[in-house]
Design a protein around this ligand. Structure first.
Ligand code: HEC
Ligand code: HEC
Length: 179
């Protein structure tokens, strides 16, 4: 017999827009495209905030313009709740132990886990970094450091200030290969 909770989950209608999201962000929000971020297991508040910013054009994601235009606040909350509850699947890939060691050192020195939490699972408006695609993390960190896009949090630019390209590459590898 089905447990009450999973029966209720089965009865839930699929959030509006979900199929469009899956086309880019992958099944369950685990992206199969390295340049597109995974959104599985991101904090609900982070997803909600970003979707509102993207819908209002405050964070410019041209790829999402068409799909976000038609979504109201309740639909955004439903999508955020759905993706926050999805299990994270870390894509298999080569692990470079030396890069990981160096990345962990930079992270410790720059106090990344004070906001992103030890384990880099994120919280509230702060995103999960553990298991995110390296090919998304690296250009995103360069953007924060060098020329933050409109709508992006200046706390992140401050956190990355003064770090070298090598530091960012080591950080990206470390975070992407953290489960
Ligand atoms: C045509 C492809 C495409 C579609 C469709 C799409 N996205 Fe995106 N999405 C992207 C890309 C590309 C980015 C990253 C842009 C960047 O580099 O800043 C992104 C970013 C995001 C982010 C921010 C993630 C982060 O870590 O900063 C969230 C949340 C998100 N999308 C959710 C959704 C949801 C929910 C849907 C369905 C309603 C959706 N997306 C549909 C391509 C897409
Ligand atoms: C003061 C709190 C704080 C600190 C310290 C901090 N972050 Fe962040 N970080 C944030 C917030 C908040 C966001 C969401 C930013 C936004 O909305 O633009 C973020 C976003 C990010 C993103 C984008 C992820 C995504 O999915 O789009 C990356 C990558 C990142 N941080 C890496 C780091 C690294 C590496 C460090 C340490 C060098 C660090 N952060 C330190 C608060 C912080």
């Amino acid at each position: 017999m089905l447990a009450a909770a999973s029966a209720a989950a089965l009865a839930q209608p699929q959030p509006a827009g979900l199929e469009a999201c899956t086309a880019c962000h992958g099944p369950g929000g685990n992206s199969l495209t390295p340049a597109i971020p995974s959104i599985a297991g991101q904090p609900r508040v982070f997803i909600e905030n970003q979707l509102v910013l993207i819908r209002e054009g405050l964070r410019d994601v041209p790829a999402m313009k068409a799909v976000m235009g038609g979504l109201n606040d309740a639909e955004i909350v439903a999508l955020a709740t759905h993706y926050a509850a999805q299990a994270v699947v870390v894509p298999p890939g080569a692990v470079d132990a030396e890069k990981r060691r160096l990345g962990a050192e930079v992270s410790k020195r720059a106090l990344c886990s004070t906001c992103h939490l030890p384990g880099y699972t994120g919280q509230n408006q702060v995103p999960r970094l553990a298991g995110q695609h390296e090919a998304y993390l690296l250009p995103t960190m360069k953007m924060y450091r060098d020329r933050p896009d409109p709508g992006r949090d200046t706390a992140m630019s401050a956190a990355l200030y003064g770090l070298s390209d090598a530091d960012l590459a080591n950080l990206a590898h470390y975070l992407a290969t953290t489960k």
